[in-house]
Write a protein that binds this ligand. Sequence first.
Ligand SMILES: [Zn+2]
Length: 102
Amino acid sequence: MKLKDSLGNDLISRLATPSNIRLGEEIFKSGGVEILSCDDNKATAKVSGGQTKMTEIEGTEDMTMWKCSCLGKRTTIFCKHCVALAIAFVETDISSTDPPVE
Ligand SMILES: [Zn+2]
């Protein structure tokens, strides 16, 4: 399964706390996610929720990894920036950042 598909299922709600999900949704809705690059299994973005953070989510079929400049080395927390990026990633038409296939 592609990362985008797993995030589109219930991965976000399994990884993040309800309050971070709510905050992440707010960041996404206010247009705070600027995707710098993404493909099927990886997304990098600048996410602004107060301060701008660099956030990255990468996944394989069995494993999801994420990084955010608000977390440092604490990678057990799926922070609000990760939630916002995950939502944006699911909502974004990936083909828009790739050359058109047709
Ligand atoms: Zn963060």
